[in-house]
Each structure stands twice: as C-alpha cells, then as structure tokens.
Design a protein around this ligand. Structure first.
Ligand SMILES: Cc1cc2nc3c(=O)[nH]c(=O)nc-3n(C[C@H](O)[C@H](O)[C@H](O)COP(=O)(O)OP(=O)(O)OC[C@H]3O[C@@H](n4cnc5c(N)ncnc54)[C@H](O)[C@@H]3O)c2cc1C
Ligand code: FES
Length: 273
C-alpha cells in the first residue's frame, strides 16, 4: 500500500502525485521506475520516479492520462491508497562527469529527465536542457529544469510558447555549434528515434529511456523485449536506458500498438461509453 500525499495538475492530462514510499525513497536513483497497481482489478503501470526525498520518504510520479489505468490513477485524491507499488526497478542512469551534456525531455519525458539533469549537474557537468511539447498547455517544470541547467531551450510544435518546432532543431544547432560529450533523451519513441538520427552523424554518445509495454518488471514475462544492437534486451532489467544508436525504434513503436483495440475497449468501458 502507498498513500498519496500530494496531487498537482501540471499540464493538460498530466498530474503529479507524491506517494508515501519510504523504502523506495531510501534507495532509488535517477533513471529508475516503479510499477503500481491501483486496485485488485488494476493492471500494472510502469512510471518513472520523477523525484524523491529520502528524509521524508516520498517519491514523486508524473502521469499522463492516455488510457484506462492512467485516467483511473489521475482520479485519485490526496489520502487515497494505491494497492501495490514495487520498486525501485531498472538500472539507474549513468551519472559521471562527462563534460557538456544535453538533456532532452519531450512531453511527459520532461519529468524523468529532471532528476537525471540534476544529478549530472551535481557531478559537475555543464547541462544544456531542451524541453518540448506539442503546445504550451502540455509543458511543465520549466523553472525546475532551468534551475539545474546552464542553458535551457524550449520548443512547442505549434509555436504557442517559445520556439516553434521540435526538439531536434535546437539540438542540431547546438551540435553544430560546440563539442558535446553526451546526449540523453526521454520522450515519445518517435522523438527519441529522431534524436538518435540527429546525433548519429556527430558521433555523440546518446542515451534514451525506453517505454515498452511492461508486466512484471523483473525480466520474467518478456513483455518489454526490445531489439538493441540486433540483440533482444528486456527493458525492465537490462534498461530502461540504452544506447540510442543501437535501438530498433520501429520495432518498439510497432510493439506499442499491439494491444490498441483492447486498450481502446478498456478505456471506453471505463468511461461508460
Ligand atoms: C519504464 C517506463 C517508465 C514510464 N514512465 C512514465 C511516466 O513517468 N509517466 C507517464 O505518464 N508514463 C510513463 N510510462 C508509460 C505508462 O506506463 C503508460 O502510459 C501506461 O502504462 C498506459 O496505461 P493505460 O492503461 O492508461 O493506457 P493503455 O490503454 O494501456 O494505452 C493507451 C495508449 O498509450 C499507449 N501506451 C501504452 N503503454 C505505453 C507505454 N509503456 N509507453 C508509451 N505509450 C504507451 C498505447 O499505445 C495506447 O495508445 C512509462 C513506461 C515505462 C515502460
Ligand atoms: S516487464 Fe516482464 S520481462 Fe520486462
């Protein structure tokens, strides 16, 4: 059981929850995730740990409502309980002094990129952050990301805030401008695919955090298998972070669509349509 102790609407369809989870807060590191189940009928939802406080035993999750389970989660209020919460899962991000690092967060990916950028900054890296969303109402944590960055660039697809366009445009300009030691990108698979394509000609090591469908999170069910460098990897135990230049993004995107009909039916049943 984990109790929600704070709820905040961050952006359209995007909510933040602070959860009382002292054991997870004690040992989690940037890049790791939890799997939770709201109630006995609930499916298991993987969510990145967007922040944590070891002193008061709190972890923060940021959830975008996309289907039945995430809508149901978004309806929880302060004081409500989540039936089970396991974690920390997955390997932590590699946090070293690389030099200059570009952190790219797209949409809800802004949440998981934040603790990574913060940890990299604490290690002495120069951080250039690029955050982007489809429109202004989907952007959040501008100030938080700014505080851990030496430079922050913001894009919106529709131009409703800051620069019009996608995150790969300023990314390419920076790569042309100066030597970059590492890029880390978290966001929709299509964004991560194009970040990888953008950095490849510059030969800059690029890390992405993959979000395949997951079930057990322990390497036993096989649901999260991905192809990386021609080898099958389980994102839950081998990842979720991988070398972007080796990931088969098209396969990842196809596999995310496998249960579209079932997911649509589940959401319609939940919404009483
Ligand atoms: C390691 C990991 C970390 C994640 N961290 C976060 C996070 O911090 N915040 C957050 O909002 N989401 C995160 N996700 C995605 C989140 O788990 C899914 O959005 C959620 O499980 C969808 O459940 P649902 O029942 O609401 O929607 P479903 O009905 O299952 O799906 C609705 C729609 O979302 C798409 N979808 C389903 N699963 C995923 C997925 N894993 N990734 C992307 N799209 C998906 C489907 O293709 C479908 O179009 C993470 C996923 C992984 C694997
Ligand atoms: S989620 Fe089951 S093997 Fe990764």
């Amino acid at each position: 059981m984990a109790r929600t102790i704070k709820k905040e609407q961050l952006a359209t369809n995007t909510k933040l929850f602070d959860l009382e989870a002292p054991l997870i807060a004690k040992k989690c590191l940037p890049g790791q995730f939890v799997i939770l189940r709201i109630d006995e009928q609930g499916e298991r939802i993987p969510l990145t740990i967007a922040d944590y406080n070891r002193e008061n035993g709190i972890i923060t999750i940021v959830v975008q409502e996309v289907g039945k389970s995430t809508y149901q989660l978004g309806k929880l209020e302060v004081g409500d309980e989540i039936l089970d919460l396991i974690g920390p899962l997955g390997n932590p991000s590699e946090i070293e002094n690389f030099g200059t690092v570009i952190c790219v967060g797209g949409g809800v990916g802004i949440a998981p990129i934040y603790p990574i950028a913060r940890a990299l900054k604490e290690k002495g890296n120069r951080i250039i952050s690029i955050i982007g969303a489809r429109s202004k109402d989907l952007l959040f944590w501008e100030q938080k990301v700014k505080e851990v960055s030496d430079e922050l660039l913001i894009t919106t697809d529709d131009g409703s805030y800051r620069r019009k366009g996608v995150v790969t445009e300023p990314l390419k300009e920076i790569l042309e401008r100066e030597k970059i030691d590492r890029v880390i990108a978290i966001g929709p698979p299509i964004m991560m695919k194009f970040v990888a394509k953008t950095t490849q000609p510059f030969k800059v090591k690029t890390i992405v955090s993959l979000n395949p469908i997951m079930v057990d999170g322990t390497g036993m069910c096989g649901a999260c298998r991905c192809s990386v460098g021609g080898k099958t990897k389980f994102a839950c135990v081998d990842g979720p972070e991988f070398d972007a230049h080796l990931v088969d993004f098209d396969l990842l995107m196809n596999r995310l669509k496998v249960y579209l009909d079932e997911e649509k039916n589940a959401l319609e049943r939940y919404q009483g349509k």
